[in-house]
Design a protein around this ligand. Structure first.
Ligand SMILES: [Zn+2]
Length: 408
């Protein structure tokens, strides 16, 4: 199958388009089965930590992988529960390709009953339909298409489905990092946004850190002896205003304070107050810079005898700009051109597991993000995917795997 493709590849543009007609037919045939898989997956709640639902979805995914001929192993994901599913398909070639996405959602138990999978005006709706059950369905049905085509020129295709991405992947990120180390390419299937006329994959994602600010003051009666107290809320307010400058516009680093808590009763000078913030960044050295600056800034206190503490906890690292992701994106763009469609390569502010697959020290493997379905409204009850994005997205993954299996 592949040899034929290579031979035709030398012909004219028209012949080249016709060249992959077999792939187009194979993915077209997967359109209806994908929708049926997606319906089954969406109609089971699998919010992070909801063990019964996660285990049902795990059983569905495992069954499908086995039917494709994969060997399947599972690894418990600690902290929130659920298992990371790893399926391996052996081929006749030498290239190693990993396909990964999470199967947990942000939705509570009951969401699937309230908003069961439905299709209306070319859009499919339901909890997690795009983020990221659509991605899991694209992986499974691209592999179905390859099976129909009799294609197995890869060395090994490793499929990873993890159960805790929406909470930062605490129980799966080490495994992802380990499994990705010797891969030639890793494709990640988060959804992409349906801007009119724009279809995209992601080459760069921001890293996330969590900022914590705590103030300890002294309680006293707000009426009888306010002067004896040390107002933790006033000190916190002062600190937040000072710490509002921690971002760096040139480097696109942001730190936004998003939660405050303090005080217990209206007639008590508050003893405790705290705040939390969300830091996003591209440049890894920003962690140290922000931490150092914040520690120095917080020394300037408004109220003597209060204690101020700033912490910065590390979340997902960034997927930095790198030539390998760029190369994969260009390859994806050419594949979209075979369909007469255009594809953009974008940077996103959100962090994803793509960053855990990338080994910054060795700049390997090649990682490309957002190969899932096209839609919007993620993490809300408006979440949808465009039904028309199914065929191009299946075609993209199927052709990517075929091309990545070639040894140059
Ligand atoms: Zn997601």
């Amino acid at each position: 199958m592949l040899a034929m493709g290579l031979a035709y590849g030398l012909c004219s543009a028209n012949a080249q388009a016709a060249d992959h007609q077999d792939v187009q037919d194979a993915v077209e045939q997967q359109r209806a089965p994908l929708l049926s898989t997606l319906e089954t997956l969406v109609n089971v709640d699998s919010g992070t930590g909801y063990k019964a639902g996660l285990s049902d979805v795990e059983a569905m995914l495992t069954k499908h992988l086995k039917a494709l001929g994969a060997q399947v192993e599972t690894y418990p994901a600690e902290t929130y529960g659920g298992n990371t599913i790893v399926g391996r398909l052996k081929g006749d070639g030498s290239r190693k390709i990993m396909l990964m996405i999470h199967y947990d959602t942000v939705f509570d138990e009951g969401a699937a009953t309230q908003r069961a999978f439905r299709i209306e005006d070319g859009r499919a709706y339901g909890p997690g339909v795009g983020d990221a059950k659509g991605g899991a369905a694209v992986i499974l049905h691209s592999l179905e298409a390859l099976k129909t085509l009799g294609f197995d020129d890869y060395g090994q295709v490793t499929v990873v489905f993890n159960p805790d991405e929406e909470k930062g992947s605490p129980g799966s990120h080490e495994l992802i990092h380990e499994l990705s180390a010797d891969q030639d390419a890793v494709l990640v299937f988060e959804p992409t946004f349906a801007d009119p006329g724009v279809d995209a994959v992601t080459v760069v994602t921001k890293g996330i850190n969590y900022a914590f600010l705590e103030v300890k003051g002294r309680a006293s009666h707000a009426g009888g002896a306010p002067e004896e107290g040390r107002n933790a809320i006033m000190e916190l307010s002062h600190q937040l205003l000072q710490l509002n400058e921690l971002g760096d516009a040139d480097k696109e680093t942001t730190l936004n304070w998003t939660i405050v808590e303090g005080g217990v009763k209206r007639n008590v000078i508050p003893e405790h107050a705290k705040a939390e913030g969300d830091m996003r960044y591209f440049d890894s050295s920003e962690y140290q810079r922000v931490l150092k600056e914040a520690q120095s800034i917080t020394k300037n206190q408004l109220i003597d005898d209060t204690e101020v503490e700033f912490h910065l906890e590390k979340g997902r690292p960034p997927l930095p700009e790198n030539p390998q992701s760029q190369k994969l994106a260009e390859q994806a763009q050419k594949i979209y051109q075979e369909l007469g469609q255009t594809l953009q390569a974008v940077e996103i502010g959100g962090g994803t597991d793509a960053a855990y697959a990338y080994h910054a020290d060795s700049e390997k493997p090649a990682v490309l993000e957002s190969l899932g379905l096209v839609g919007g409204g993620y993490h809300s009850d408006k979440e949808f995917v465009l039904v028309d994005s199914i065929v191009p997205r299946l075609y993209l993954t199927t052709r990517m795997i075929m091309q990545l299996s070639e040894v140059d």
